[in-house]
Design a protein around this ligand. Structure first.
Ligand code: TYD
Length: 201
């Protein structure tokens, strides 16, 4: 992200966007598609579980600690056996709900440059979808969720949206294909757009 050329992983696809932008719904719709492996961050691994407790507010962790945990969880996600890299190398298409940009956006708001330093060596995806949605609509969508997570409030989500808009063009400059999705559209319309892009890889 800081002028150094980073490797791009072929067939690696990432969904990014604010909370309530519908990335998890779209990931669910892709599950089971042949030769596509769907995955997400934070993962279900041991570090991901610590992160989820903190997201629910059950444990209070410093933003810097969260940034380090997200980066550690990501290392396992990518490089563990049967992880993202191994799968892409054997020709699978891997679609991940969230990746590095989530850390640069969310932890970037809370702890400045640290997430950039922690994440500078991770390879980039071939294709990135940015699910863009008006923050008020997104927060309204989340009102019915049983648990409200620590980042899920309007003022923070407005900052999140702005940072995504600033940072996604930088990834494009580094060779990532960036597709901006109007995430206020109906689920089926978004799904068609996503499928078309993934099929063209
Ligand atoms: P999310 O995809 O919204 O999961 P769920 O559907 O279970 O709520 O992700 C959880 C939250 O974690 C979301 O608010 C974004 C945040 N997050 C970060 O702050 N940094 C990161 O690096 C990642 C991967 C996620």
């Amino acid at each position: 992200m800081q002028g150094v050329q980073v490797e791009i992983v072929k067939k690696f696809v990432v969904f990014e966007g604010g909370d309530g932008s519908g990335t998890s719904t779209q990931l669910e719709l892709l599950r089971g598609k042949s030769r596509v492996w769907t995955t997400y961050e934070p993962t279900d691994g041991p570090i991901g579980r610590i992160i989820r407790d903190a997201l629910r507010g059950e444990t209070a962790l410093r933003p810097e600690t969260m940034a380090r945990l997200f980066a550690a969880d990501r290392t396992e996600h990518l490089f563990a056996k049967n992880g993202v890299i191994e799968r892409c190398n054997r020709g699978e298409t891997v679609v991940s709900d969230r990746y590095v940009l989530s850390s640069l956006v969310y932890q970037g708001i809370l702890c400045g440059d640290l997430p950039f330093n922690l994440n500078k060596d991770f390879p980039l995806p071939e294709l990135l979808f940015f699910f863009d949605i008006d923050s008020q609509t997104a927060v309204r969508r989340m009102e019915n969720r049983p648990v409200r997570e620590i980042y899920e409030y309007l003022e923070f989500q407005e900052l999140v949206r702005e940072r995504y808009k600033t940072l996604t063009p930088r990834w494009q400059q580094q060779g990532v294909r960036v597709v901006v999705i109007d995430a206020s559209k109906p689920i089926e319309a978004v799904a068609r757009e996503v499928a078309r892009e993934i099929d063209s890889l």
